[in-house]
Design a protein around this ligand. Structure first.
Ligand code: C2O
Ligand code: CU
Ligand code: CU
Length: 510
């Protein structure tokens, strides 16, 4: 292990010469490079029933607020033969329950930290006050309790939650802290889409892990990876080698790339077509049919797949379609082919749902007057516009009630994506072209093809706070943790950028 690490840093240091070294280098390097392409098709025994995260329980208090209790803790999980793996979880040993709430509902959480170090819980994709966002400034010390509360004020969507402690997000997520947050609304509920949780409306939290010889998670960066840890085994909802028995012809899958850095180019073993019905921020106006769907870390998608009675078909990840350049792509998993999940259909299937012709609302920020244009260049695995994240520095303030256009470019040849807290944005164009169909819905995270300019339009509504920032960052967690992140505040009329309170607004002792 030691030796691999030293090798990695020497080579990375060479920068531009890396490719030449990899291809022309000594026997060991050539061997490791040759073996870096992973193909698990046909190698996975799909013999474990897919775990479905339980729905989080809640109580409605006298004022009508839905109250959830979340308890973060260390535990142990048996993923495979041999010993159990030390893991972290929320209300359990690994991952957390699916939180579900309706648009317009007031929700409150009691988040208890049972770990012996500080963590936080961030609600990825949620429009909410910065003080409730659960970013690095809302840390919860060991034994501490955090009580965020807000009104759900956005369309039905598949969001998720995960820790966001400064510099430690990757480690905390890798150990198991993540869960889904599903928002419902009346319009979506009235559609005849598949909608029975765990039956024909199925959450799929897809994550890669590396196990060491003792069955423990290996958290170290992979050989010469520029993206940190890349696992060679795939967990879906914490299940290794999973199968799912469908009972209906149409099944809606809520896909979440919950990995630290691995990209998935989802497709089926028979290349069947399926329908993308929703992106990060909600349903599309109409379904888009495809045979592949690529999701970078943090992105979600809702898709509907049709099954035939009696068949078996596997969900796979195919080599990446876009996002990488150069020979290092292979070392970041870009050429991998992975078996993920087996679907098994019985002799008869219920057939009562459909994909409606009209579903969600199209993003409409493009009609707004633009108050400000900003540009963001990601480079060097650790900086945006040449600066590393500093929790004490607020990079800029946006005006509440206005729309802005952010032009974002990945200046490396390597994979990055871009996530913005508080808002869902509209992708206006990609390098001057109309965005592809899978980027035409509401998004909060977008993969950045190297050197292409992504113009993102977003509206900032409500929740002004001159002192507490929201984050924007690359969602490859090792990049985020090493500083590829910045902070902005939403300002009310006449307000100026304030000062981040020293130490944030933590709860308990750090
Ligand atoms: Cu998914 Cu800043 O987070
Ligand atoms: Cu987020
Ligand atoms: Cu990145």
């Amino acid at each position: 292990m030691k030796r691999r690490k030293a090798l990695k840093w020497t080579l990375i240091g060479v920068g531009g010469g890396v490719g030449a070294l990899v291809l022309g280098g000594g026997g060991t390097i050539a061997y490791l490079y040759g073996n870096a392409k992973l193909d698990t098709v046909g190698e996975v025994d799909f013999d474990n029933p897919l775990g479905i995260p339980p729905l989080a329980e809640s109580e409605t208090d006298a004022s009508g607020t839905r109250v959830f209790n979340l308890s973060v803790r260390a535990g142990a999980t048996r993923f495979k033969e041999g010993g159990a793996t030390s893991t972290w979880g929320v209300n359990g040993d690994f991952l957390g329950p699916t939180i579900r709430a309706g648009r317009g509902e007031e929700v409150a959480f009691s988040v208890h930290n049972g770990l012996d170090e500080a963590t936080s819980i961030h609600w990825h994709g949620m429009h909410l006050p910065a003080v409730m966002d659960g970013g690095p400034h809302q840390w919860i010390g060991p034994g501490g309790e955090w009580l965020p509360q807000w009104t759900i004020d956005q369309p039905a969507a598949t969001l998720w939650y995960h820790p966001h402690p400064h510099g430690q997000t990757g480690r905390h997520v890798y150990r198991g802290l993540a869960g889904m947050f599903i928002i419902d609304d009346e319009e979506t509920g009235a559609l005849n889409l598949p909608g029975e949780y765990g039956v024909d409306d199925v959450p799929l939290i897809v994550q890669d892990r590396k196990f060491d010889g003792g069955n423990q998670f290996d958290e170290s960066a992979s050989f010469m990876s520029t993206q940190g840890v890349i696992g060679d085994e795939i967990l879906v909802n914490g299940t290794l080698g999973p199968y799912f028995d469908v009972t209906t012809r149409l099944v809606r899958l809520r896909l979440l790339n919950g990995s630290n850095s691995r990209l998935y180019n989802f497709g089926f073993s028979d290349d069947r077509r399926f329908s993308l019905i929703g992106t990060d921020g909600g349903l599309l106006p109409e379904a888009w049919e495809t045979d592949r769907l690529q999701l970078s870390p943090g992105e979600r998608a809702e898709v509907v797949v049709a099954f035939e009675p009696g068949e078996t078909v596997d969900l796979r990840s195919y080599p990446a379609r876009f996002g990488y350049t150069g020979p290092l792509a292979r070392l970041n998993g870009a050429e991998d082919r992975l078996d993920i999940l087996r679907f098994r259909a019985p002799g008869t299937l219920a057939d009562e749902t459909e994909i409606p012709a009209a579903m969600g609302a199209a993003p409409d920020v493009d009609g707004d007057e633009v108050a400000e244009e900003r540009s963001f260049e990601l480079s060097g695995f650790n900086s945006i516009n040449g600066e590393q994240m500093d929790p004490g520095r607020i990079d800029f303030g946006v005006r509440e009630g206005t729309a802005e256009v952010w032009e974002v470019t990945n200046n490396d040849g390597f994979m990055h994506n871009f996530h913005v807290h508080d808002v869902q944005f509209q992708v206006l164009s990609v390098d001057g072209q109309e965005p592809p169909p899978f980027l035409r819905g509401w998004k909060d995270t977008v993969q950045l093809v190297p050197q292409e300019r992504y113009r993102l339009a977003m509206r900032f509504t409500g929740y002004t706070d001159p002192n507490l920032p929201y984050m924007f960052h690359c969602h490859i967690l090792v990049h985020e943790d090493s500083g590829m992140m910045g902070q902005f505040v939403v300002l009310g009329e006449g307000e100026r950028i304030g000062t981040v309170p020293e130490g944030g607004v933590g709860h308990g002792h750090p």
